[in-house]
Unconditional design. Structure first.
Length: 379
């Protein structure tokens, strides 16, 4: 081996769904892969923990085993009123806790051959003729390629030049439910008072995750919405075990996904669906694409292997993101119309259930001109 060659084929920064999947994919293809994360594992992560069917289809068995609730009912309200109930005999949505899911995904990467070093934070990136020099709190590493999955606002996204189209603020509470509590198969969603805002209650084994999200910029209003929503739940006096917040972002169209042999994936790349702000399925898919591209490049040295990552994202993920942004535009300007569609249209309800189950995709909506026309007319 060339003594001047990097010591790793691929270094992955961040052990969430995107990073662990990238590491697992790269290691499974034979690449010498290192996965680092600044936190000790398992660690809490602010996230509703909803798993769409497309996400579940991509999980290794140990991660699938972290599912704590199977959902067969969703109740939508508009500012607390006019409930619309969606039901199906078979569950169409699953719930997990991110600390369990992320730990299982990191372990799956290790079992595929990656090395995992928790408690190691990224400090710097420097490209050289030989590869990438990665500065960390535990010393300096070197790799042929780096996959950054260190979240919204992380160092890798800034280095690559990811430009957010918008940043939203999400607030959550983990509320303890008593043993034998009812409605563990029921999700509650409320279309909120602020443009683009909504609230949720997601059931887990011993918790309800109660949260809200809306555009960043009015934290007082966001906190008030969370308080009002939590007070409207069946057990408003439930003990709050944890309260937290996080920022989500989605990328400007055409925003870069890589700089040299450094790729951004998941939240770090602004890859999520703008209407629901669902990101786990985008993290899993983009992580797999990035890990495969990085491993191929480590073997070949051909930049075209890195370009394949952006092509995969454009083909598989961007149509869903475009449709989600159009739906968000409708929702922000005509929330009652969106709610009314769910109330009146059996096809709309069936599509939402299919979307959750993984049998329908928002990419189907991007391909139809009616959504684009509706946005122009209703806007």
């Amino acid at each position: 081996m060339d003594p001047t060659a990097p010591s790793w084929d691929v270094v992955v920064v961040g052990a969430g769904p995107a990073g662990s999947t990238a590491a697992r994919t790269a290691a499974a293809s034979g690449a010498r892969t290192l996965l680092i994360d600044r936190s000790a594992f398992p660690r809490y992560k602010t996230c509703g923990g909803g798993l769409l069917g497309v996400s579940r289809s991509l999980l290794p068995p140990a991660a699938e085993a972290t599912v704590e609730a199977e959902v067969s009912r969703v109740v939508f309200t508009l500012r607390g009123r006019a409930p619309v109930v969606l039901t199906r005999d078979a569950p169409f949505l699953a719930m997990t806790r991110r600390e369990s899911l992320d730990a299982a995904l990191a372990q799956a990467a290790v079992e595929a051959g990656a090395e995992f070093r928790p408690g190691v934070a990224l400090r710097s990136l420097r490209e050289t003729d030989a590869g990438v020099v990665v500065g960390t709190t535990a010393g300096t590493l070197s790799a042929f390629a780096v996959v950054g999955a260190d979240g919204a606002g992380g160092r890798v996204g800034r280095y690559v030049g990811v430009t957010p189209a918008r940043v939203d603020l999400g607030l959550e509470e983990e509320r303890v439910v008593p043993a034998g509590a009812p409605d563990r198969d029921l999700v509650r969603i409320d279309w909120g008072p602020g443009a683009g805002s909504y609230a949720w209650t997601f059931p887990k084994r011993r918790m309800d995750t109660v949260g809200v999200i809306e555009p960043r910029g009015n934290a007082v209003r966001t906190r008030a919405y969370l308080g009002a929503w939590a007070s409207a739940q069946p057990a408003p006096e439930a003990e709050v075990e944890r309260s937290s917040g996080h920022l989500t972002q989605w990328r400007e169209p055409g925003s870069p996904l890589r700089r040299g042999p450094i790729l951004a994936a998941g939240d770090a790349a602004g890859l999520l669906e703008p209407w629901t702000r669902e990101g786990i399925s985008f993290a899993l898919r983009s992580g797999a694409f990035a890990g495969a591209a990085a491993a191929r490049f480590a073997r070949s040295g051909d930049p075209l292997d890195l370009d394949a990552y952006a092509h995969d994202v454009a083909r598989e993920l961007e149509p869903e993101m475009r449709a989600g942004e159009l739906l968000l535009t409708l929702f922000e300007r005509r929330p009652a119309w969106v709610h009314g569609m769910l109330r009146r249209s059996r096809r709309a309800r069936a599509f939402f259930v299919g979307f959750c189950a993984g049998t329908r995709s928002l990419a189907e909506l991007d391909a139809h001109p009616w959504l684009h026309r509706a946005v122009r007319v209703l806007s």
